[in-house]
Design a protein around this ligand. Structure first.
Ligand code: BG6
Length: 507
């Protein structure tokens, strides 16, 4: 099995995980580091120092982690021996001196230079405090080795808080020490978007307003808030998914070709897209942005609670679990082309995909034979699951006359046998250890994304006349979102399998 990541390994280092007793550490970070380790992507000398408020010994922490490593493997003692733990009281300056002493001990004991990656997997209110305290202990200085920060999402809760977080971080750190993670950018299929566009001569010439009638991005989840009600009720789909994952995908679909495949060149192009997002006028927000919240229903015969009944959620909550919106990008390439994006929880299936809808032929030669406006060519870029590409085009039905039918040409990543797609966190952690920020958001792009959505969030808070629509759990969201798309056009209703679509196909 090929494991297609970098050929070079990072320098010896220590990864310090803040919030080490939390869910993300167990479910994503440790398993990702483990995969990098067993696939020989890490240097011989490296260590992980978990830290959080909980008091644990090294062995207790190792014990907690073991159950999240692949079930088929024997506990890998070589890996577990690289894991250490130290509790911390985040507010107390002296605790960071204690942390520094522990790191120095590990440096000597394990023969590792002072290369530290600080991973902030804590509640967001600590994203400025921890880096600031690290700096008071001089743990930000790169004189004796690299010092990098990975900041989990959400990066801010509003435009203002994102701005102040940037200001606070940049007081002590250079931009190239700060890695703002958006795990969608670590997905293999999201990166393939750039390859599809820029390594094929056939797409780029038609990738513009002259040939494309609209772009549609769907990121649907069948799960609900899964015990995260307390967090989610203060966030909602706009902050949780649109501000980051969906807008990053818009950036990659819409950007100009970068000069080189390199962090700043790509992020510069994404930034230009974000700067060109046409602000949605206050009076249009109710029409162009549809918000919804799932209500109780029966899914496949099983009674399912509504969002307001979820633990941690205010029973009168107005938080949106669904957003669909229409907007434009004001630049030469995209002027006049509507972008439709939607995301929601408790939808019929889990799927993320981008649909490029091409303009119909100028003259409908075969209209009598059954071809109508809905059979324009579509290119579907499937991000997950069943990653791949699908082109929908028209063919003559065999037989008399000219009856036209739409058919599929599809490529599924799974056809590339023998390749294990690395998980997003594996790719992103390794990139950060190598000092490559290409797949991380830059401070200014994070702010630009907030700048676009903040007026919508403000309107929702301040204008009670903007409705929040209920939709029964297990359906495709409020039907009002269909009205966003003009005429008799509608969203594509994707299924698990890339080549299938239709409202009811998962039943
Ligand atoms: C996270 C959101 O960033 O992305 C979650 O906080 C969401 O609410 C998740 O479920 C979706 O990620 P993926 O990789 O499962 O599509």
């Amino acid at each position: 099995m090929i494991y297609p990541l970098k050929t070079k390994t990072p320098e010896p280092h220590i990864i310090v995980i803040f919030g080490a007793s939390g869910d993300l550490t167990k479910r994503k970070l440790i398993p990702a580091i483990y995969q990098l380790f067993i696939n020989n992507h890490l240097p011989e000398n490296f260590a992980i120092l978990g830290t959080s408020r909980t008091k644990l010994s090294d062995d207790e922490f190792r014990g907690r982690i073991t159950e999240f490593l692949p079930a088929t493997d024997e506990p890998n003692s070589e890996f577990l021996n690289k894991i250490y733990y130290q509790s911390i009281d985040y507010d107390v300056n002296e605790e960071y001196i204690r942390l520094k002493d522990r790191l120095s001990d590990l440096n000597i004991k394990l023969n590792i230079p002072a290369n530290y990656l600080f991973y902030l997997s804590t509640p967001p209110n600590l994203y400025d405090l921890i880096p600031e305290r690290l700096a008071i202990a001089n743990l930000h200085l790169q004189t004796d080795g690299f010092k990098r920060l990975i900041i989990e999402k959400p990066f801010g809760n509003s435009l203002n808080s994102a701005k102040s977080l940037n200001v606070s971080l940049l007081k002590n750190y250079e931009e190239n020490q700060i890695y703002r993670i958006d795990h969608y950018l670590g997905k293999e299929s999201v990166q393939n978007l750039m390859v599809t566009r820029f390594a094929n001569g056939i797409y780029e010439p038609v990738w513009n307003r002259n040939f494309i009638s609209r772009v549609e991005i769907t990121s649907a989840e069948s799960l609900g808030v899964e015990g995260r009600g307390g967090y989610y009720d203060h966030s909602g789909a706009m902050r949780d998914m649109v501000q980051n994952h969906l807008l990053q995908m818009v950036g990659l679909v819409a950007m100009e070709p970068p000069v080189v495949i390199e962090a700043n060149a790509i992020r510069h192009e994404v930034m230009k897209v974000f700067q060109s997002l046409q602000p949605i006028k206050p009076e249009d927000i109710g029409k162009q942005v549809i918000r919804g919240q799932y209500t109780a229903s029966t899914i496949k015969g099983v009674a399912t609670a509504g969002y307001r009944e979820e633990p941690g959620v205010d029973p009168a909550s107005h938080t949106e679990t669904y957003v669909a919106m229409k907007f434009f990008i004001d630049n030469w390439r995209w002027a006049g082309v509507p972008f439709f994006i939607r995301t929601g929880k408790k939808l019929p299936t889990r799927v993320t995909e981008i649909v490029i809808e091409f303009k119909p032929t100028p003259h409908h030669l075969f209209a009598q034979g059954g071809l109508d406006q809905n059979t324009s060519n579509q290119l579907i870029i499937r991000i997950q699951p069943d990653e791949g590409l699908l082109l929908k085009f028209n063919m003559k039905e065999p037989g008399a006359g000219f009856k036209v039918n739409q058919v599929n040409m599809d490529f599924h990543y799974s056809d590339l046998a023998n390749v294990k797609l690395p998980a997003a966190y594996e790719r992103l952690l390794l990139d950060c250890l190598m000092g490559d920020a290409t797949l991380y958001s830059r401070g200014d792009t994070a702010e630009a994304a907030w700048n676009f959505i903040q007026p919508i969030l403000d309107a929702w808070t301040n204008d009670p006349s903007i409705p929040i629509y209920g939709y029964p759990a297990g359906t495709w969201g409020p039907y009002e979102s269909d009205n966003l798309i003009e005429g008799d056009m509608t969203w594509r209703y994707p299924c698990k399998n890339l080549s299938d679509d239709g409202l009811y196909c998962e039943l």
